[in-house]
Design a protein around this ligand. Sequence first.
Ligand code: ZN
Length: 239
Amino acid sequence: MNNVHVNQLKDRLASQLGFTADGAQNLITSLKLSDLDKVRLWCGLRFIDQDRDALRVLFFLESLVAIKQRDKSRQLKELFVDHAEEEEKIDLVDGFFFSRPFKFDNTRGEVRHTVFDDFSQDKTWISKNIDPSSVNWKKDCSSGQAPSCYCIQWLKDHLISIDTYVRSVVGHLYEMRCAVVHEAFPVIFFEPNRTDSALDVHPIGPKPDDFISHEVTIKPERFFEIGRNVARRYLLSKV
Ligand SMILES: [Zn+2]
């Protein structure tokens, strides 16, 4: 852990837990933290930063529809399907990228939009919309607009299927939540510097070495706004 990261750890101990600068340094020194312990503590403090804590949103929504109930993942998916508006669904599908599952620490695959597989097999649409010599559309998938990635352009032409991809994204988010809750794995949803996307990994399923990589490009404020809107509409639907 380099000095920049140690200073960031001290800053977070000060801003989030109320330590003085000297007190934070004394704590790190007296606890004899290993580099891994410092990273874990630093990640933990990032994790509880209320301003960008997606888990708080997920837990809140979960508490609305699935508390004390089984099949929480399905209920969370249907909550977004039923109460997010079309533009919000597009932003959700656009804002999250996932790899296929892989064994730690094998090389992971590309992180891609959840629509990528369906888009990349749609030969008719591709022949109409993409010049095959202009871009490497078989490989490129990013938050940038076409020509680097055509997924969302394809999605807007196939809005009848959008709920399939909303369920896929929310299912992944639920897995990320489970990694935190059941595996005590400090999953990062958003980077402190909000101009950056967050690229991280999370464990999935019962085996300890099964992972998925994720990239998040949606802005935290937009994610929180969608979450609040979904909650409000759900509550209003119950009135
Ligand atoms: Zn894409």
